[in-house]
Design a protein around this ligand. Structure first.
Ligand SMILES: [Zn+2]
Length: 227
């Protein structure tokens, strides 16, 4: 009996605390109200500079903010902690740009940085969703690449399943400042084409935005389970 009692105690001692901190998801709705054509280094120590914010495709900055806020609601309901780079049409923490966005997610030690965007094309028939992840670069993304790619695959799969959008697959990108400065796993979802009349109209509706938020959440949960 005594032995049994002691082993029960040992079991309790090795069990994780009941109130472990929930995983932090850093939600980053792309762009701002107005483009910022000043430049910043594409990666730490790089001689290549890129503009901070080209402004995105027409209507994108508004739609991705609406999606980001819905995503926050769904994630919080599932038990995640959520931080957002912007909750208004401006970056919430100073001068903006993609270095600042990545550093914001780094500071919060996010389990995942989820960048939300929408696509544009001169070809109005183009439609569908893709998920971007960082290309390998020693010292920049080498540490976050495996997990980022895993997260991208999980999110793309769940997103397509929930929304029924055309599956444009995973895209590896070496040129994205927001990836190259991230020290936490990072992905970017192109939720659909604003320039496609059907998809663009859908992306502006509450109903579809909720679907998008749930699809993203399902993917996030497959990568980093809710507490
Ligand atoms: Zn964009």
């Amino acid at each position: 009996m005594r032995v049994f009692f002691l082993s029960v105690l040992a079991l309790f001692a090795t069990t994780a605390p009941a109130h472990a901190a929930p995983p932090v998801i850093c939600v980053d709705p792309g762009h701002e109200r107005t483009p910022d054509l000043s430049t910043e280094r594409i990666g730490p120590g790089s001689d290549t500079y890129k503009i901070k914010d080209g402004g995105g495709t027409a209507g994108e900055a508004t739609v991705v903010l609406q999606i980001g806020k819905k995503l926050r609601k769904v994630l919080v309901r599932r038990g995640y902690e959520v931080v957002m780079t912007r909750t208004t049409m401006e970056f919430d923490y100073g001068n903006g740009g993609n270095i600042a966005r990545a550093k914001f997610c780094n500071r919060h030690d996010a389990a995942l940085m989820v960048r939300i965007h929408a696509d544009g094309s001169t070809d109005r028939s183009r439609h569908g969703a893709s998920t971007l992840y960082p290309a390998w670069h020693k010292g920049w993304t080498s540490d976050i690449l495996p997990e980022s790619r895993e997260a991208a695959a999980a999110i793309q799969k769940a997103y397509i399943a929930k929304t029924g959008a055309a599956d444009l697959g995973l895209v590896r990108r070496a040129d994205l400042t927001g990836f190259n400065w991230a020290n936490v796993p990072a992905i970017l979802v192109e939720t659909g084409f604003m320039t496609n009349p059907t998809e663009g109209a859908k992306l502006k509706t509450d109903r579809y935005q909720w679907k998008v938020a749930h699809g993203l959440t399902n993917g996030i949960a497959a990568f980093v389970p809710a507490p």
